[in-house]
Design a protein around this ligand. Structure first.
Ligand SMILES: [Zn+2]
Length: 492
């Protein structure tokens, strides 16, 4: 019997290639890799053929901001939420991990704790995944080089509003963070210097960076006290006013000055407002050597605070005004914001119990990655499909050092693909979504443009409204990939 040349061939689709454009070509896949891009590949050469006539073949999304295991057991959460990511055309998840309350509810050295994270992840993911690590103590700071070298983690995180202030009685307190040293700008500066040192050491292979949640706790504290006395009844507007946009700008300015001084590459996470975008653009312009990334999220692009979701839409930074939303879209169109992420944190009504001020922030939305961007971005605002591929896959992969293993459609890259039906329309509801979350702030929204196949390293994991992958097929990817897989990726 003649062996097929390809394990899988995608025929007759329009392939969306970052930095290149749209091409009517066939794709040939051998094992886990893309092996051919050709005007036409004979179906007889393939063990399996997917006919993508009239469909668009995107590189699988790299959802680089996720919180697996924040409110639920890590293995369970990875299983349900990476499964919902597969429905959304996401093939790689970048999840944040820190010690302290939530997640594993413990503190200590990452030498001991990170192997536990990997162990709980090992048999649970439908998608590939990476972790970003938050340094919480001076002792953990000494582990940075080991974390890059041994664990293959190239991105770190700092939360500016975790200074030791008791904002809500929960987040921000020393008990919550399980630390007994201050977590202030002095800590951040030392942290940046350590990340900068690692960046210098690995610079031939990739960028080692610090991702920063930019919000200023002192201003939040003052404004929250005021807003608690002056509630208007519109929960999301009140919450936004309690964390006004200028405090994001202030935090970004602080980050910029410290990063420039420490020579530390930074990523400005989930920018929510016009003020934040302006400050972020300036930081990037003033420090071209740091290659500063501006990130935005699906919910800051898709929701606005004049809508009546109530406290279930509470998230940090808050959902903003329509003007702010438009400013974010503009920043994507102009190329200032380079990545869009879900910041997925699977929550529940139970977890969100309490009033606006005491309930927990955050919710999930990874499954809406393509539908939201294709509807609100492509259809409504004319953002090109090529750009959608760049903000969902190429730039997240580049900035998080997964490129060229992930983030494009090229010979030798992992065969991670999302085949999209641009005409498919569906209404969002808890029932029609696949996360374990029992509510969604996107309830009732109609989106057009949904994945019909998701392919991870050559294997179909989602096939026309059915997840056909298995937990445990998803693999932990060490970064920078050009360091940890350097036999595979020749360094230039
Ligand atoms: Zn987050």
């Amino acid at each position: 019997m003649k062996m097929s040349q390809y394990d899988l061939v995608i025929k007759n689709g329009t392939v969306v290639i970052p930095l290149v454009g749209l091409r009517k070509i066939d794709l040939g896949i051998v094992g886990e890799k893309i092996a051919a891009l050709s005007e036409t590949i004979d179906a007889k050469e393939a063990a399996r053929v997917i006919d993508a006539t009239g469909k668009y073949v995107f590189p699988g999304a790299v959802d680089s901001h996720f919180h697996i295991g924040i409110f639920r057991p890590m293995d369970e959460d990875a299983m349900s939420e990476s499964r919902s990511a597969a429905w959304g055309g996401v093939t790689t998840i970048g999840s944040y991990f820190r010690t302290g309350k939530n997640y594993l509810n413990k503190s200590g050295p990452y030498t001991e704790i990170f192997p536990e994270v990997l162990e709980k992840s090992k048999h649970s993911f439908y998608t590939d995944y990476v972790y970003h690590i938050t340094i919480m103590t001076p002792d953990q700071m000494k582990e940075i080089d080991m974390i890059v070298e041994k664990f293959g983690v190239s991105t770190f995180k700092y939360y500016m509003f975790y200074k030791m202030l008791d904002l809500t009685g929960a987040a921000g307190s020393d008990q919550y963070l399980m630390i007994n040293t201050s977590y202030d700008l002095g800590f951040l500066f030392n942290y940046m210097k350590e990340v900068a040192k690692a960046n210098e050491k690995y610079k031939d292979y990739g960028r080692i960076s610090l991702s920063v949640h930019c919000e200023n706790p002192e201003i939040i504290n003052a404004f929250t006290q005021y807003m608690r006395q002056h509630e208007t009844g519109n929960a999301l507007k009140d919450y936004s006013d309690a964390r006004p946009a200028f405090q994001e700008k202030l935090a970004i300015k602080e980050t910029e000055i410290l990063a420039a001084q420490a020579n530390c590459p930074v990523n400005l996470l989930h920018l929510s407002s016009m003020d934040a975008i302006e400050a972020g653009k300036e930081a990037a312009k003033n420090n071209p050597g740091l290659n500063i990334l501006l990130e935005s999220t699906l919910h800051h692009l898709g929701l606005s605070n004049d809508m009546k979701y109530g406290r279930h839409g509470k998230v940090n930074p808050p959902i903003r005004s329509r003007e702010d939303v438009e400013a974010l879209w503009q920043a994507i169109m102009k190329g200032d914001v380079k990545t869009v992420v879900s910041d997925h944190a699977c929550s529940s009504k139970k977890i969100k119990e309490g009033d606006l001020w005491t309930s927990l922030a955050g919710f999930g939305g990874t499954e809406l990655m393509f539908p939201l961007l294709l509807t609100d971005g492509h259809r409504k605002r004319g953002i090109s499909l090529q750009k959608i591929a760049e903000i969902t896959s190429y730039y997240p992969a580049v900035y998080h050092e997964l490129y060229p293993k992930k983030g494009t459609i090229a010979i030798g890259s992992d065969a991670d693909l999302a085949i999209i039906d641009l005409d498919k329309e569906k209404e969002v509801s808890v029932e029609s979504m696949h996360s374990a979350q029992d509510f969604t702030p996107f309830e009732g929204f109609r989106y057009q443009g949904w994945p019909i196949y998701t392919i991870l390293r050559g294997k179909v994991i989602f096939d026309n409204d059915k997840v056909v992958g298995e937990p445990g097929y998803g693999r932990f990817i060490k970064r920078p990939v050009r360091y940890h897989y350097r036999n595979e990726y020749v360094n230039k």
